[in-house]
Ligand binder design. Structure first.
Ligand SMILES: NC(=O)c1ccc[n+]([C@@H]2O[C@H](COP(=O)([O-])OP(=O)(O)OC[C@H]3O[C@@H](n4cnc5c(N)ncnc54)[C@H](OP(=O)(O)O)[C@@H]3O)[C@@H](O)[C@H]2O)c1
Length: 504
């Protein structure tokens, strides 16, 4: 294969690599600035956030805004901003990963009394005072100990307590933050559990809040609760999350109930929750705009607390994730690592194939992105962890078997390692390439290799934007292929096998 367009690729790739590096440097700089500016007050900054949210409400279509973490300083340092605003805040779900962060941050604020609503006070006291770092699949859960001395723990069970009982628990509180969520245990009862906790349980809390004179309710919900209303019901985020007991549908009902309740509310809809510290900027968007992304629970806690104290958050829905251009590809990688970690039982077809039952087959082993790139692992590779086991780094030298098709994975072949090898005396069934510089491949291949381990077989879809010359011009197929010219704007389909990393 060789065309004029592809000859220009090394230069383009060089520029792309430089831009990517620059973005990383910027991210590192922002993170540094965030740490050093933690002494700023929270109030005015949330005002800025909500003002921007209002601006967004006026925008016709999806528009996002970036708020640096510097604009949402740590709550502990912002106590002066609330000195005149004495409040008692009850956190429902105080033992949860988000709830405990909210409790911890609130407990450091002057003039704020904190009540932790928990199912079992004795157990909660013990659990909250523990710190831990646990590795769950590909996720790292960092849990800090919470000093419960200043926190009043009260029994609260949203499925067992009557509205009257919940109302008694809430008596004397000005604000309620709902951070409850059903905890998946029995895969066959997830629908019932999600309905009981995330729908009826939240509604009961709203009724109780009204009854007891609570004036502000902040609900930690989720992005994509209203996915069906804006054409996102087939999005991977909705499909995968809602497969857990229709939890997003249940949450939406509770959200709507809160909105109609007449109580001042803020609904905080986070993306996928991380238990690690924030890594990039907070991105706040208006409702029904975000369909993917992750966010640190620390940030969810900051935004939820800010919503209690700032009138500008009144009766608003905000969707939050960490802005993450660079890490979008890594998120795909993390998903694949989870897939790998759960194999083979997760996708087995028998009784133990939990994910096989819950996740639609098309989504199960596939990681796809909004730009049209998707990678599907067909068989796993090395389980080793050395650089030579992969995943492949930029500029690594690798041996690769591949077949490139047009019109789908069964479509005509326009290029392959076998076609190229047939003209060589050696390396007949694979090619040796340097990643990110070899101009016979385009960006989609480098994205795929970043996900692959040695020995792994997979296939990926390369949308025109990640193809040769960004798909803006036609190019020639391999001289011995049946496809002489591939038109501009063609989506390409590659089968790949990472044979070896010869220089990591
Ligand atoms: N995980 C995600 O990626 C994600 C993404 C977006 C939104 N969300 C939502 O964000 C919220 C917080 O998530 P999280 O992962 O931090 O939560 P979590 O760690 O799973 O904690 C859930 C909390 O809810 C409590 N809870 C469960 N059933 C209850 C009941 N019947 N009565 C009272 N409390 C009950 C649990 O109490 P116990 O300690 O007693 O079990 C726990 O404190 C949830 O609503 C979740 O659905 C999660």
């Amino acid at each position: 294969m060789g065309s004029r367009q592809r000859r220009a690729l090394p230069a383009l790739l060089g520029i792309a690599a430089l831009l990517r590096w620059h973005t990383r440097q910027e991210d590192a700089f922002v993170a540094q600035r965030q740490q050093s500016s933690a002494k700023q007050a929270l109030g005015p900054q949330f005002a800025e956030m909500t003002a921007l949210t209002e601006m967004e409400a006026e925008a016709q279509t999806r528009r996002k805004m970036l708020i640096g973490l510097a604009n949402l300083a740590t709550v502990g340092a912002s106590e002066r901003a609330f000195a005149a605003d004495s409040k008692t805040v009850l956190v429902a779900g105080a033992t949860g990963q988000t709830g405990r962060r909210i409790v911890e941050k609130l407990s450091k604020m002057a003039d704020v009394s904190v009540v932790g609503g928990v199912r079992d006070t004795a157990k909660a006291e013990k659990e909250l005072s523990k710190s831990s770092i646990a590795i769950r699949g590909a996720m790292i859960d960092e849990v800090k100990a919470v000093d419960t001395k200043g926190v009043a723990l009260k029994p609260l069970d949203v499925t067992k307590d009557s509205v009257d009982k919940l109302s008694q628990t809430l008596t004397g509180c000005n604000a309620l933050i709902i951070a409850t969520g059903f905890v998946p245990s029995n895969p066959f009862a997830m629908g019932a559990d999600a309905h009981a906790v995330d729908n009826l349980g939240t509604k009961a809390l709203v009724d109780a809040a009204k009854k007891s004179g609570v004036t502000k309710v902040v609900l930690v919900s989720s992005i994509l609760t209203n996915a069906r209303a804006w054409g996102q019901e087939n999005s991977p985020g909705f499909q995968v999350t809602n497969a857990f007991g229709n939890v997003l549908d249940e949450k939406l009902e509770a959200e709507n109930y809160l909105r109609a309740s007449g109580i001042d509310y803020t609904i905080v809809r986070p993306g996928g929750l991380k238990s690690t510290a924030p890594e990039t900027n907070l991105l706040v968007s208006k409702e029904d705009t975000l369909n993917s992304g992750e966010v640190s629970r620390d940030l969810v806690a900051d935004v939820s607390i800010a919503a209690v104290f700032d009138g500008k958050a009144s009766n608003k829905v905000v969707e939050i994730i960490e802005d993450d251009k660079v890490k979008r590809a890594l998120a795909v990688q993390a998903l694949l690592l989870i897939v790998l970690a759960f194999r083979p039982w997760a996708f087995a077809s028998g009784r133990r194939g939990v994910l096989a039952r819950l996740v639609p087959p098309a989504l199960a082993a596939e990681a796809s992105r909004s730009d049209g790139f998707s990678y599907t692992m067909l068989s796993p590779g090395s389980e080793g962890t050395t650089p030579r086991d992969g995943p492949v780094r930029a500029y690594a030298k690798v041996w690769l078997r591949f077949t490139g098709h047009v019109d789908g994975f069964d479509g005509p072949v326009f290029d392959s390692s076998a076609l190229r090898g047939a003209r060589r005396p050696v390396k007949k069934d694979y090619v040796e390439i340097e990643c990110n510089t070899d101009d016979t491949f385009a960006a989609g291949m480098w994205e795929a290799l970043r996900l692959m381990k040695v020995g792994e077989k997979g296939r990926f879809v390369q949308p025109p934007a990640l193809s040769f010359g960004e798909g803006k011009a036609s190019f020639q197929g391999d001289e011995d292929s049946d496809v002489k010219t591939v038109p501009a704007g063609t989506t390409l389909y590659y089968d790949v096998e990472l044979v070896k990393i010869i220089r990591p």
